[in-house]
Design a protein around this ligand. Structure first.
Ligand code: GLN
Length: 550
């Protein structure tokens, strides 16, 4: 097993995950089987209870793990299926060590960060790296381990120490340290500054890790001058200083690193041969070129809660992007703050209200993504009503399905104040209710989570068409509420079809409207399984409908 350890310096949000995934793509292009582990040094056990508006989206895995969004990057880039253990946190390691202590495993010993926590981290990495690729017996050849946060953080210290020790456990020929750093430019001179990188590498080396490769994030290509300086001050060869400048689209990142010999460096370190033909990379080249060549626009209005952090909806954006490539359209996302569509804003802030409605009405399709809590709910309901009554293509995801149900019950069945009990416990028409098996006392890891089957019976339905006639489809879930089984019959009689249900037939998974070009919603989150060349079917449907190609 070979390990590529990716650390970050200077600041967070450098695109370390994309860089690490791109290295994985290059290794895969050489015919190697690649897996990945993301280390998040926070104390939470997992990302499940963290706000997406602070930390970016919570990515859901097949096994129900609620993970950091970088796991999504790895799944999409490497086309693999990962599990909850591929995301290692301080919370998980400490829980494990404390449990061992209570069991008496360390009897007589004082349990300490070194060696108990650091050993446990190394055992975890080694064990998870060796797990066979999902659905096969193939043990991976390489594991990319990304260390979250920035070198020097208090939280990451035990992980850095564990990785320092790890180089002796596995041997230097089996481990390659890659450090991703920032090269800022000071205007007006425009000189690329290497000092922050020098400092962060010095910090890393002070902790006992000397990087083999340094990847420099910068707006423009790294100057030769800067490259030489970094090599000199950071104790690496100049050809091991790579430039990761801004590119026109994400598919270019592996290509950019490849052009500078990233794979050659890894092959020299690990002793493998690079095949003459690498069809996988040709595929990436084609995708990169295709994306840059898209001109005809399609505009999708995303009606959600915004705080300016678009990472909160990262997988949804990826799914839209993949679908836009497949439908040969250039994607334009119109972000609409749901609460600004609400009637009370018309009085308090008429300009914002009018502008939000105008942008919604000008869009070719409307998407209501998943969400929790009651802010913006009424605005989302108004958006769903508009989509239904104006024949505008609509895709609802999880909360977006519940919204569509509430709207339909209020405005078609005339059930006044129909609602979800999430937003109004005393509604006279509880059309979306708390699922009976969900805990009322614990929020972490207790939702209906992960991959579950949806049975699609009606072969004439849109769902059946989008999923190529599959009778059962597996998608990922993350919710506490469901459509109230008591009201389904009445809703169905009024023209809303429940075309996908779980295996018991009790739980509603997919709804679609008859006599509407595309009004489709899922209780699951299809965005978590999208792939660049295999877009998620519901998103593909939305884009095709919005661009009038369906
Ligand atoms: N809040 C809703 C529920 O818990 C929707 C969740 C979601 O959109 N992921 O069921």
């Amino acid at each position: 097993m070979k390990y590529v350890i990716v650390s970050g310096g200077v600041l967070s949000g450098l695109g370390k995950g994309v860089t690490a995934s791109s290295l994985g793509v290059l290794l895969k292009s050489a015919g190697l089987c690649v897996t990945a582990i993301k280390i998040d040094p926070y104390l939470n056990s997992d990302a499940g209870t963290m706000s997406p508006f602070e930390h970016g989206e919570v990515f859901v895995l097949d096994d129900g793990g609620e993970a950091d969004l970088d796991l999504g990057n790895y799944e999409r880039f490497l086309d693999v299926t990962l599990g909850r253990d591929n995301n290692l946190t301080t919370g998980k390691i400490y829980s494990k060590v404390i449990e061992s202590e209570r069991r008496g495993d360390y009897l007589g010993k004082t349990v300490q960060v070194v060696p108990h926590i650091t050993d446990s981290i190394q055992d975890w990495i080694q064990e998870v790296a060796h797990r066979p690729e999902e659905g096969t017996n193939n043990t991976p050849d390489v594991c990319v381990v990304e260390l979250g946060g920035t070198v020097g953080d208090i939280e990451s210290a035990p992980f850095i120490e564990a990785l320092r020790q790890f180089q002796f456990r596995v041997g230097p020929e089996n481990i390659c340290f890659v450090h991703v750093s920032l090269i800022p430019v000071m205007s007006p001179v425009g000189e690329q500054k290497t000092k922050p990188t020098q400092h962060s590498v010095r910090e890393l080396r002070g902790l006992g890790i000397t990087p083999n490769v340094i990847i420099c994030r910068s707006e423009r290509q790294l100057s030769e001058d800067a490259r030489q300086k970094i090599a000199l001050f950071c104790h690496v060869k100049p050809n091991a200083v790579l430039s990761a400048s801004d590119v026109s689209n994400i598919y270019r990142v592996p290509l950019l690193l490849d052009q500078q010999g990233a794979l050659v460096l890894l092959s020299q370190k690990f002793g493998f041969k690079i095949p003459a033909e690498r069809p996988l990379l040709d595929e990436w080249m084609e995708m990169a070129t295709n994306v840059d060549g898209l001109t005809e626009e399609v505009c999708i209005a995303m009606v959600g809660k915004y705080t300016g952090l678009s990472d909160s909806y990262l997988s949804v954006i990826k799914a839209l992007n993949h679908a836009s490539i497949a439908s040969s359209r250039k994607l334009v996302i119109e972000w609409i703050e749901a609460s600004n569509l609400e009637n009370n804003v018309a009085k308090s802030d008429p300009q914002i209200h009018a502008d939000s409605w105008e942008r919604l009405k000008n869009a070719d399709g409307i998407l209501v993504p998943g969400g929790f809590g009651d802010r913006g709910i009424e605005g989302k309901i108004l958006a769903a009503e508009y989509a239904r009554t104006s024949s505008t293509p609509y895709l609802g995801i999880c909360l977006g399905l519940q919204i569509a149900i509430i709207e339909f019950c209020r405005n078609v069945l005339n059930w006044d104040n129909a609602n979800s009990t999430e937003f109004n416990d005393n509604t006279p028409h509880p059309v979306v209710i708390y699922m009976p098996e969900i805990s009322k006392t614990h929020l972490g890891g207790t939702m209906r989570l992960g991959s579950r089957g949806t049975i699609i019976k009606d072969r004439k339905s849109m769902a059946s068409k989008l999923y190529d006639g599959a009778e059962i489809v597996y998608e990922r879930h993350r919710h506490r509420y469901e459509v109230n089984p008591d009201v389904i019959e009445k809703i169905e009689l009024a023209g809303m079809n429940f075309v996908g249900k779980d295996e018991t037939g009790q739980r509603m998974e997919i709804i679609e409207l008859s006599n509407h070009p595309f009004f489709f919603a899922t209780q699951y989150h299809p965005e978590f399984k999208t792939r660049p060349t295999r877009p998620s079917p519901p998103f593909y449907g939305l884009l095709m409908a919005a661009s009038k190609q369906l």
